[in-house]
Design a protein around this ligand. Structure first.
Ligand SMILES: Nc1ncnc2c1ncn2[C@@H]1O[C@H](COP(=O)(O)OP(=O)(O)OP(=O)(O)O)[C@@H](O)[C@H]1O
Length: 284
């Protein structure tokens, strides 16, 4: 691949009538990176992603996705098809495919792409092999989402967009879905995902970009973000707890005091949630 990033955004502006949705967003996504766009309702996540996908116009700024300005991609023509085929999109709302089987749907979508992946392999990657002959309407919500990802992958994209991929999942389905995304990331797929869930961003993303009111208020790896507000570490033990910048010293002192292992000792790192709530000003 080239040295240029998969996605490069500078000074992105978008308004709907008089409402400013994006007020100068900068964003880079390197090839092979997983980036989470996190933010409260109305922060501008979907607007950003849809502009990157070429599904929404912009009012200002520069955007390059896989070396192409999405606003200049024509509706038809070979160059447009080539560019679109390199991008996989998993939308918030799935298409209605009820009467078809999983296998039929994936094979059908594969025909739209110049160099599709093997549908059987894609179904296996998303963990639906045993449901290949099931009708789509018979799938659970989590399985349905997996099928959506299969459809996003079947064109063998270099870049995958996932819009709120686990909204409405139960905890087990979310964990299984995260494993799937990790498998894709390990295989080198560049992924941009939007989410409301802090733990999802923390689990999956190399970088978390926090948007609020159409602006980027943080752009860091999750661990760096967690430390950003300088929240102290909490050391807890059977007899009490202490907030500290130097947990090692506290543990050493407790160990001396107990003359050995400290009962019920836990050390809790700086909370990403606290930092996030600070950043978004306490909005939902
Ligand atoms: N088609 C539209 N027409 C008018 N206003 C819109 C439209 N789409 C989005 N907006 C407004 O633009 C702002 C950003 O919306 P956007 O959907 O990009 O945010 P979001 O971060 O994806 O929100 P959510 O988490 O609720 O999906 C919001 O104030 C929203 O009301």
């Amino acid at each position: 691949m080239t040295n240029s990033p998969a996605v490069r955004v500078r000074g992105l502006h978008k308004r709907y009538g008089r409402r400013v949705a994006l007020a100068g967003v900068d964003l880079d996504v390197a090839y092979g990176e997983v980036v989470a766009l996190l933010g409260p309702n109305g922060a501008g996540k979907t607007s950003t992603v849809e502009i990157l996908e070429g599904h929404r116009s912009r009012d200002g700024g520069e955007v390059t996705v896989l070396g192409v300005d999405p606003a200049r991609v024509r509706r038809s023509g070979r160059a447009a098809r080539d560019w679109r085929s390199r991008i996989g999109i998993v939308l918030q709302e799935a298409t209605d495919l009820g009467e078809l089987t999983v296998g039929e749907v994936v094979r059908h979508f594969a025909h739209y792409f110049p160099t599709p992946r093997d549908p059987v392999e894609v179904i296996e990657v998303v963990g639906l092999t045993e449901r290949t002959r099931s009708r789509v309407r018979a799938l659970s919500g989590g399985q349905r989402r997996r099928l959506d990802v299969a459809l996003g992958l079947v064109g063998d994209p270099s870049l995958l967009f996932l819009d709120e991929p686990t909204t409405g999942f139960d905890p087990a389905a979310r964990r299984a879905f995260w494993d799937l995304i990790r498998t894709l990331a390990d295989a080198g797929t560049t992924i941009v995902l939007t989410t409301h869930y802090l733990d999802e961003a923390e689990q999956l993303a190399d970088r978390v970009v926090v948007l609020t009111d159409g602006r980027v208020v943080a752009d860091d790896p999750p661990a760096v973000l967690a430390q950003r507000a300088g929240h102290q570490v909490v050391v807890r033990w059977a007899g009490g707890e202490r907030r500290t910048d130097d947990p090692a010293a506290v543990i050493a002192e407790l160990t001396r005091r107990h003359g050995g292992p400290v009962p019920g000792l836990t050390v809790t790192g700086p909370g990403l949630e606290d930092v996030y709530l600070d950043l978004i000003g306490g909005r939902p």
